[in-house]
Design a protein around this ligand. Structure first.
Ligand code: AMP
Ligand code: TRP
Length: 334
């Protein structure tokens, strides 16, 4: 019995992943290794849809990969690779772009959001075709499921539409991936403005906790997290978003349900909750930070792991692309 295949990707656009990435993506990816055939991709080609410094991109790609391994991805069970190492990604993207409607691509909300930030001229054509490249990432590997957050739902729908359209026009070629929005992963809020999600682009440094952050800085940020004035440790998304967010992080990392934390901290005040939460976070991230540093200290070993991942990914991607070329009617090279 073969396991269902999973593929997901994450951009190497920060010096560290944050606690939202960890709880919303990385930790789920690690868990899926037990039950699925897992492929995880550091999507550097997606990263350059916004301007990147070359030296920084190179460093961040290694940091991203190191954190994935450090968080628990096992190179023996997961295929972890860098997107640009597999040339079939942009090759399939081109083919898919040619069956994507201009209007269809224009409806992608993430493009509208991101391009609105920099103005129409600042937005590149690459940013516009971003979701088509994402579809290529998924379809190259015959992925059955794609674990992503709610904000990626529209891109998954596009992927399914393109797979079905291609299959209809050119004959069965792609697996149509089922939607797989991660269950039970609530959005982690910004510590300074808990009504928005913690995000590299929208949050201030004070609002974000990074996996690779030093323990004292983590403690400081949690102690200064915005709460409210009624002093009651109780989850209430609408009335008490700050405390609710802290409880949610605590529950996820400690593996204790929110109601049991509410009981435990009844009458204790926010100071005690924050102090304990800070230690929970420091304890959770300490080992990941140490493993990441160790991997980064041995670049050649890290690069070797990524080369092995790319080789395995490439074998599958090349077979899919050969199928696509044949279906499209491209003359094989003599
Ligand atoms: P991003 O860097 O925003 O593209 O996010 C990378 C991954 O982390 C995606 O799978 C997101 O769904 C997840 N993620 C990002 N921010 C959060 C957050 N604040 N809460 C939960 N998940 C998040
Ligand atoms: N767009 C995704 C995000 O912002 C990242 C991504 C790129 C991805 N390619 C993918 C996710 C393929 C799942 C599958 O989070």
């Amino acid at each position: 019995m073969s396991r269902p295949r999973v593929l997901s990707g994450i951009q190497p656009t920060a010096d560290s992943f944050h606690i939202g990435n960890y709880l919303g993506a990385l930790r789920q990816w690690v868990a899926l290794q037990e039950t699925h055939d897992t492929f995880y991709c550091v999507v550097d080609l997606h990263a350059i849809t916004l301007p990147q410094e070359p030296a920084e991109l190179r460093a961040r790609t290694r940091v991203a990969a190191a954190q994935l391994f450090a968080a628990g991805l096992d190179p023996d069970s997961s295929t972890v690779f860098v997107q640009s190492h597999v040339p079939e990604h942009p090759a399939l993207e081109w083919v898919l772009a040619c069956i994507t409607g201009f209007g269809e691509a224009s409806r992608m909300i993430q493009f509208k959001d991101k391009s609105a930030k920099g103005g129409a001229d600042a937005a590149s054509v690459g940013l516009f075709t971003y979701p088509i490249l994402q579809a290529a990432d998924i379809l190259l590997y015959d992925a059955d499921q794609v674990p992503v957050g709610e904000d990626q739902r529209q891109h998954l729908e596009l992927t399914r539409d393109l797979a079905q359209r291609f299959n209809y026009r050119f004959g069965p070629t792609f697996v149509v991936p089922g939607p797989y929005i991660l269950p039970g992963v609530a959005k982690i809020g910004d510590l300074q403005d808990p009504t928005i999600k913690m995000s590299k682009s929208a949050s201030s440094p004070q609002g974000i906790i990074d996996i690779l952050e030093d323990p004292d800085s983590i403690r400081r940020k949690i102690m200064r997290a915005v709460t409210d004035t009624d002093g009651e440790v109780r989850a209430d998304e609408a009335a008490k978003p700050g405390v609710t967010n802290l409880l949610r992080i605590y529950a996820a990392l400690a593996g204790e349900p929110v109601p049991s934390l509410e009981r435990q901290y009844a009458g204790a005040g926010y100071g005690k909750l924050k102090k304990d939460l800070a230690e929970v976070v420091v304890d959770a991230f300490g080992p990941i930070r140490e493993r990441t540093e160790k991997l980064l200290a041995n670049e050649s070993e890290l690069d070797r792991l990524l080369a092995a991942g790319a080789e395995k990914a490439h074998r599958i991607a090349a077979a899919t692309m050969a199928r696509v070329r044949d279906r499209m009617g491209f003359l094989p090279p003599a």
